[in-house]
Design a protein around this ligand. Structure first.
Ligand code: CTP
Ligand code: MG
Length: 376
């Protein structure tokens, strides 16, 4: 399944006002469109991004092209912009058509549409209407309307590319969105779970709400870990999953991999979910001699379950001997494999304590680590 995100950003934002159209206005730390693009750039299933710009905004095209984003020119109305964008998609199977004006779209909403596209030609998020509905003329209520079976339409709206292209070719007149175009061509559209936070910035008031939502969504956590193991009889030590020949071993209930234990604790710390001893009590005989990757995998699994992605680990081993430097690359490789992240996001380094203290006297190895987790 190859997926293109088609972001329509060619409107003029007349209802929102401001010096520039709403997609170019600031929202927290970035412009509205930056947040929207980031939601798709960071989604693991999205392969390509096409952004549709108004011809007056053509000078802004280069900054997108340098990020590997394709640029198409907008049409007279939203449907026209979508048509031009579809033509720029190239040879892909599926397209997710999304309003640039919806910068708070979550990865859950995007994933919901992608999942539905595995079984259907068209899928889009809807949100059941919960408020009572009235008819009115702006000054008084002129009637009431049942909300039964009514849903607010959201984007991204996902389609098999060939299907939506044919539907747009056959369509005449204005359309609120692509679901309307698809339905006019007789295509069944599966409804996926929408999200109240996936608002479309329409008026100036919406900026404040979107800012609050984005601030709430940004959950970045740092955890630290510290561990010590004493030297004892043996002919090797295991550090960050790598066996290093040494004239002593490390004493511990498990394989005594002080590096991996510390990183594991750093992840638990970021999650505020206790420590390694709590999850794997040393009093429990089943963990005797256990390989430490079991503990590390548990911590990463817990992070995933709680909706976090591990983005970085930094681990410092403190000892006089053995020398860690020659093994650091292999340690990073092994840990990256277990953590399921790129090796460039795993740091292993070492220091001596200048012959001071217990590590200086060669009584054991200490380790400290930091883990960074981001809510996804
Ligand atoms: N859009 C577009 N091309 C158009 C009109 C709209 O690409 N000719 C895009 C907008 O940039 C927006 C999305 O379609 O991301 C939804 O449209 P809307 O919220 O109506 O935005 P605007 O048309 O920009 O706003 P307004 O209607 O207030 O002028
Ligand atoms: Mg509009």
């Amino acid at each position: 399944m190859t997926i293109t995100a088609l972001i329509v950003a060619a409107g003029r934002g007349t209802r929102a006002g401001g010096d520039v159209p709403k997609q170019w206005q600031m929202l927290g730390a970035g412009r509205v469109i930056d947040h929207t693009l980031s939601a798709f750039q960071t989604h693991p299933d999205v392969d390509q991004i096409v952004v549709v710009l108004h011809p007056e905004d053509v000078t802004r095209a280069d900054m997108f092209r340098t990020q590997g984003i394709k640029v198409a020119m907008g049409g007279a109305d939203r449907a026209g912009s979508v048509r031009n964008g579809l033509d720029a998609c190239g040879d892909v199977e599926h397209v997710l058509i999304h309003d640039a004006a919806r910068p708070c779209v979550s990865s859950m909403v995007i994933s919901g549409v992608i999942m539905a596209l595995k079984k259907a030609h068209a899928a889009a998020p809807g949100l059941a209407v919960t408020d009572a509905l009235w008819q009115g003329d702006g000054s008084k209520v002129t009637g009431t309307q049942s909300r039964d079976g009514l849903f607010a339409a959201q984007t991204p709206q996902g389609f098999a590319l060939a299907t939506i292209r044919a539907a747009h070719d056959a369509y005449n007149g204005p359309a609120a969105d692509d679901v309307e175009v698809a339905r006019a061509a007789g295509i069944t559209v599966v409804m996926t779970q929408g999200d109240p936070d996936n608002l479309k910035i329409t008026t100036a008031d919406d900026f404040a709400r979107a800012t609050r939502i984005l601030e709430r969504q940004m959950d970045i956590r740092t955890g630290n870990g510290f561990d010590v193991h004493a030297f004892g009889p043996g002919d090797h030590v295991t550090l960050c999953g790598v066996n290093i020949p040494h004239d002593q071993g490390l004493v511990g209930h498990s394989d005594a991999d002080v590096g991996m234990h510390t990183v594991t604790d750093a992840i638990y710390g970021a999650l505020a979910m206790g420590d390694i001893g709590q999850h794997f009590p040393p009093s429990d005989p089943q963990w005797k001699g256990a390989e430490s990757h079991i503990f590390l995998r548990h911590a990463v699994g817990l992070a995933t379950k709680m909706g976090f992605t591990l983005t970085h680990v930094d681990c410092t081993l403190i000892c006089e001997h053995p020398k860690v430097g020659p093994h650091a690359v292999e340690m990073r490789q092994v840990m990256a494999g277990i953590l399921g992240i790129d090796m460039a996001r795993v740091s292993v380094k070492a220091t001596t304590s200048e012959r001071l203290g217990f590590t200086g006297r060669g009584e054991g190895i200490a380790c400290m680590a930091t883990a960074t987790l981001v809510k996804t």
